[in-house]
Design a protein around this ligand. Structure first.
Ligand SMILES: Cc1cc2nc3c(=O)[nH]c(=O)nc-3n(C[C@H](O)[C@H](O)[C@H](O)COP(=O)(O)O)c2cc1C
Length: 200
């Protein structure tokens, strides 16, 4: 069975909530799902000062684990419109896989969160793409596969680049039903692409 890993980094738990809907969507298709988190790089002292949420009870992803999966959905909050250092540090540990091009041809999707509506959702993915290019991995965008992406009646995170949520400056906004519906569709669509690729 095609195996998809959902790998997240989250400080305030928004991304973990979106990940649950991503997993629900994946499970609508016939794939096996693995759920992991990226290792934290900040000290407990800094995390306490940031009022970070407790980490979820998930295994920490190791570079070598990636070889087992047929595709990956990475979820993370923006950091100044780009990849969080924690996620970058994880990819920086994949050099041996890169040398062998062990991940080449595997599909990757992204979902993300920002504090504000225009805080950099799309550019967070865009600036992560060079990592995929160098690994030879295939970026799978979401497109406009959910009608909520055309809805301007309320603030809705997400874009053709993937599902997204908007946490608010103080983190008090929680993922909305529409954002979670987009995430479910992204999971399901991504699974279908991964199944097709794995069949070749
Ligand atoms: C160092 C740092 C940089 C950030 N940069 C941005 C930013 O550029 N734009 C933005 O909208 N939010 C920014 N944020 C807010 C986070 O994206 C927000 O806390 C996150 O999306 C919440 O997701 P989480 O609960 O999964 O951690 C930043 C937060 C931190 C700690």
């Amino acid at each position: 069975m095609v195996k998809i890993f959902v790998i997240t980094y989250s400080t305030y738990n928004h991304i973990n909530q979106v990940a649950e809907s991503i997993v629900e969507g994946l499970q609508k298709a016939d794939v096996e799902v693995g759920r992991y988190q990226v290792a934290e790089t900040l000290s407990e002292e800094i995390l306490t000062k940031m009022h970070a949420a407790p980490k979820p009870d998930l295994p920490i992803i190791k570079a070598q684990d990636l070889v087992e999966a047929d595709g990956f959905l990475f979820g993370f909050p923006t950091r100044y419109g780009t990849t969080p250092a924690q996620v970058k540090a994880f990819f920086d540990s994949t050099g041996q896989l890169w040398q062998k091009q062990a991940l080449a041809g595997k599909p990757v999707g992204f979902f993300f969160s920002t504090a504000s509506q225009h805080g950099g959702q799309e550019v967070t993915v865009f600036t992560t793409l060079p990592i995929l290019a160098h690994h030879g991995m295939i970026y799978v965008p979401f497109g406009y596969a959910n009608a909520h992406l055309f809805d301007n009646s309320e603030v809705i995170g997400g874009s053709p680049w993937g599902a997204g949520t908007i946490a608010g400056g103080d983190g008090s906004r929680q993922p909305s039903e529409k954002e979670l519906a987009i995430a479910r569709d992204q999971g399901e669509n991504f699974a279908k692409v991964a199944i097709k690729l794995a069949a070749n």
